[in-house]
Structures are given as structure tokens and as C-alpha cells.
Design a protein around this ligand. Structure first.
Ligand code: TYM
Length: 333
């Protein structure tokens, strides 16, 4: 039996980028992959690498859980759980800190970007964050990790740490493979299509939230920045805006970019954007309906309890093995 692991941070609300780059893949893989156990979690420990309001964080944790299910994750097939409810993540995180070098952490581009935004000081965990992410993955001996492009560097580090640990202490961890969507691994900002679509963007028009009102979503697509040329074609360098919209279109309709370009030959940007606005709205509206029905339903707690139980079983056993390998604690006689 193989294992698949991935997670999302409950910071702010989830965006269309999170959906296309991550959740949509989870759902597709859940239906495609056989002989694979899924572990999808809410990475709440990662959230506190930057300051959070505790009431908002608590709400966001439940919100991500509800969105996972509303987007189509089947709790019968997938173990859904909250990272902080499995203490072994932090335990193995420390072991990974003791495997990684400071220089490696300082080279992470996400750290270099995020540190610039910390006005009240940079938390140590912002620097060590990728070691916790490595722990999240290695704890379950994941074979496959579906993620967007922006997490690639962290996954490469995870692979290096697994290999280093295995070399130092004997074969202990599976070296995981990243899995990236064919289209949509990096959805761009609707305002500045050279940047990633990010929930932490200062400009709300830059991103689409899965819980934005439907007419707001449509307007954001319609007012997305494009160039002054009139042809609809894919060219990331010269036509970053329209290329990003083509990527969103292709991803949500499971069509190739080539066939969409053909379909819109001779048509205007306005027509294309109006159609895309409908496509995005038609994708998100049913998700929102399911989300509203779920968010206050006690079944969500049952799902998270069940996920925690299974995750915990594996995590506990794995940590015993890791401590033994490293020489920590006592050997039981
Ligand atoms: P996070 O919470 O920033 O993002 C969650 C997932 O969404 C993807 N993503 C995007 N994909 C395409 N286009 C975008 N604009 C876009 N924005 C975000 C991310 O690549 C990610 O797959 N460190 C992780 C969470 C994490 C994790 C893990 C993931 C913690 N432990 C273990 C996998 C395995 C993060 O901050 O993702």
C-alpha cells in the first residue's frame, strides 16, 4: 500500500490557486489512485510561523476542513486531520531540525520573501518551517506529495533530509516524490500576473477566494489585468495575464490550452473573460453550498476524529522507530 500526504495552512481563506494547485489534484488522485492511503491535513502549526489571531485561526482550521469535504474529498477514502492534534509532527520536526543545516534553511526562497513582511521580528519557526514540513511528510512514509510549484523547493529539501537521515542512522524514511498539476501548478495574481496568486496579497482583487461572493468572483475575473493586444494566445512572457486566465480555464474545464485558444480565435478578451467568469462561478458555487451545509455540522468533528485516530497510529509507531535509530531515551527491556 502506498501513501499520499499533503496539507494546507489555515491562514486567511483558501484561494482559487489553492484549489487548482492542490485540492483539485487531491480529489482527482483520490478517484484515480488504487492501493494508496491518503493523509490530508490542516497545517495549523505552520500558521503560527507568523502572528495569528486565535479566534480567527480556530475558525480557519474548521473552515479548511469543511472546504476539503465541500471540494470533493471523500472522508471514507481520505484521512483528514489537524496537524497539531498529532504531537509527533512537532517531535519529528525537531529531529529534522537536527538533521538540516541553517544554511539550507536560509536559502529557502519562501523564507526570504516572507521574512521581509515581518514587522515585529522574524519568528524562529519561520526559518525552520521546512523541517516541520519534512516531518509532516516523512512521518507517514509518503510516496507521493501533491503540491503546487511554490512548494517544490521544500519538497526537494525533504528528499535531501530523508536521504541524509537514512545515511546517518540507517534506512528509516521513504524518499517522497512531488506531484505537480500539469496545468495550474502556479496560478498568478489577477492584478500582477508575474506574481503568484496569494491569500496574503494586500490587494483583494489579486486573488479569488473560494468563499468570495459569486458576483465578486465574476467581477474579479472580468477586471483581471490583461495586455492591450487583442489575440487570445498562450505566451507567458509577452501575455502573462491572458496566459494565466487560459491556465485557469484549462484547469477548471480539463481542456487543453491549445483547444481553448482555437475556440476563441477572433473573439474578444471581454467574451473570453465573461465565459471564464461563468466557469469559475459554476465551479465554486456548489462548493460554497456544500461548505455552508457542513461548517456547523457535527459530522465534521467525527471526520476529523477518525482521521486523527488513523494518523496517530502510524505516527506513534514511526516515532518509536526514529528515537531508537537516533539513540534517544531508553530501550525497553
Ligand atoms: P499553502 O497553504 O501555502 O498552500 C497549499 C497548497 O496550495 C498550493 N498553492 C498554489 N498552487 C497553484 N497556484 C497558486 N497560486 C497556489 N498557491 C498555493 C501550494 O503549492 C500548496 O500545495 N507548506 C505548505 C503546507 C504544508 C504541506 C505539508 C504541503 C505543510 N506541510 C506537507 C504538503 C506536504 C503551504 O504553506 O502551503
Amino acid at each position: 500500500m502506498k501513501r499520499l500526504v499533503s496539507g494546507i495552512q489555515p491562514t486567511g481563506q483558501l484561494t482559487l490557486g489553492n484549489y487548482i494547485g492542490a485540492i483539485k489534484q487531491f480529489v482527482a488522485l483520490q478517484n484515480e489512485l488504487e492501493e494508496t492511503e491518503f493523509f490530508i491535513f490542516i497545517a495549523d502549526l505552520h500558521a503560527i510561523t507568523t502572528p495569528q489571531d486565535k479566534t480567527t485561526l480556530r475558525k480557519a482550521i474548521k473552515g479548511v476542513a469543511a472546504l476539503y469535504v465541500a471540494c470533493g474529498l471523500d472522508p471514507e477514502k481520505v484521512n483528514l486531520f489537524i496537524q497539531s492534534e498529532i504531537p509527533e509532527h512537532a517531535n519529528l520536526g525537531y529531529i529534522m531540525e537536527s538533521t538540516a543545516y541553517v544554511g539550507e534553511m536560509e536559502r529557502m526562497t519562501q523564507y526570504k520573501d516572507k521574512r521581509l513582511k515581518q514587522s515585529d521580528g522574524i519568528r524562529t519557526s519561520l526559518l525552520t518551517y521546512p523541517t516541520l514540513m519534512a516531518a509532516d511528510i516523512l512521518l507517514y512514509d509518503a510516496d507521493i506529495v501533491p503540491i503546487g510549484d511554490d512548494q517544490k523547493q521544500h519538497l526537494e529539501l525533504t528528499r535531501n533530509l530523508a536521504e541524509r537521515f537514512n545515511h546517518l542512522y540507517g534506512n528509516t524514511f521513504v524518499v517522497p516524490e512531488g506531484f505537480y498539476p500539469k496545468t495550474g501548478a502556479r496560478i498568478k495574481s489577477l492584478v500582477d500576473p508575474t506574481k503568484k496568486m496569494s491569500k496574503s496579497d494586500d490587494n483583494q482583487k489579486a486573488y479569488i477566494l473560494l468563499l468570495d461572493e459569486i458576483n465578486v468572483i465574476k467581477n474579479k475575473i472580468k477586471s483581471a489585468v490583461t495586455d492591450s493586444d487583442r489575440t487570445i494566445r498562450y505566451d507567458v512572457k509577452e501575455k502573462a495575464g491572458i496566459s494565466n486566465l487560459l491556465t485557469i480555464y484549462a484547469s477548471l474545464t480539463d481542456q487543453s490550452i491549445k483547444s481553448i485558444v482555437k475556440q476563441y480565435e477572433g473573439k474578444s478578451y471581454a467574451e473570453f473573460k465573461a465565459d471564464l467568469a461563468d466557469i469559475v462561478a459554476d465551479t465554486i458555487e456548489p462548493i460554497q453550498k456544500r461548505y455552508q451545509a457542513l461548517i456547523h455540522d457535527p459530522v465534521l468533528d467525527d471526520i476529523l476524529d477518525k482521521g486523527r485516530q488513523r494518523a496517530s497510529e502510524i505516527a506513534r509507531k514511526k516515532m518509536v522507530k526514529v528515537y531508537k535509530r537516533v539513540g534517544l531515551g531508553r530501550i525497553k527491556s
